[in-house]
Design a protein around this ligand. Structure first.
Ligand code: SME
Length: 150
C-alpha cells in the first residue's frame, strides 16, 4: 500500500477538526500515517518535555526509546537544527539510535506550534533502504503544519 497524501491530509483534517489536545492530535496522526504506507515500520512523535530533551509520545510499531537528548540521534538532529532529516541509510548517520535493528532508513520532521516554538519531532522508520522522498517530507510537513501551527 502506498500513501495518497491528498486523501491522508483530508482524513487527518476531518478526524482532528476542533481538537486541541496535543496527545489526541499526535495519536491520530500517528495512526493514520502509519497505516497509510507499507514503507512505514515505526511511526511516532517525540515531544519536547524540557529544554534539550525529547520524550516519546504516541507511536505505532515496536517499542521506542523513551528519552532522547537533543545532542543524540536523528531525532535530536531534527530538534537541534529545526530541519527535516531525510536519512537514506541510518548506518551512515553518525549517532543514529537504533530502536530496531531492522531499520534501514528514516525521516524525521520538526513540529512547530503556531508561535513557531518546537513542540516535538515526528519520526518514521523504514526497514527498506532509502525509503523516503522529498515528497514525503513536504507532504507530511504540510499536514503537521495544518494540525499544529494554524
Ligand atoms: N532512530 C531515532 C530514535 C527513535 S527510534 O527510531 C523509534 C534516532 O536516531 O533519533
Amino acid at each position: 500500500m502506498t500513501v495518497d497524501y491528498n486523501t491522508l491530509a483530508k482524513t487527518i483534517a476531518a478526524l482532528t477538526e476542533g481538537e486541541t489536545d496535543p496527545v489526541a492530535l499526535m495519536a491520530t496522526i500517528t495512526c493514520e500515517v502509519h497505516h497509510a504506507d507499507n514503507r512505514f515500520n515505526w511511526t511516532g512523535f517525540y515531544r519536547v518535555t524540557e529544554p534539550g530533551v525529547l520524550k516519546i509520545g504516541p507511536y505505532q510499531g515496536g517499542h521506542g526509546c523513551l528519552r532522547i537528548p537533543f545532542e543524540k540521534g536523528v531525532c535530536g538532529a531534527a530538534a537541534r537544527t529545526g530541519q527535516v532529516q531525510l536519512v537514506p541509510d541510518v548506518d551512515a548517520f553518525p549517532g543514529h539510535i537504533a530502536c530496531a535493528s531492522s531499520t534501514r532508513s528514516e525521516l524525521v520532521l520538526p513540529v512547530f506550534d503556531r508561535t513557531g516554538a518546537l513542540i516535538a519531532v515526528f519520526d518514521i522508520d523504514s526497514d527498506l533502504p532509502d525509503a523516503f522522498t522529498e515528497e514525503d517530507a513536504t507532504a507530511l510537513g504540510a499536514i503537521l503544519k495544518q494540525v499544529f501551527a494554524q
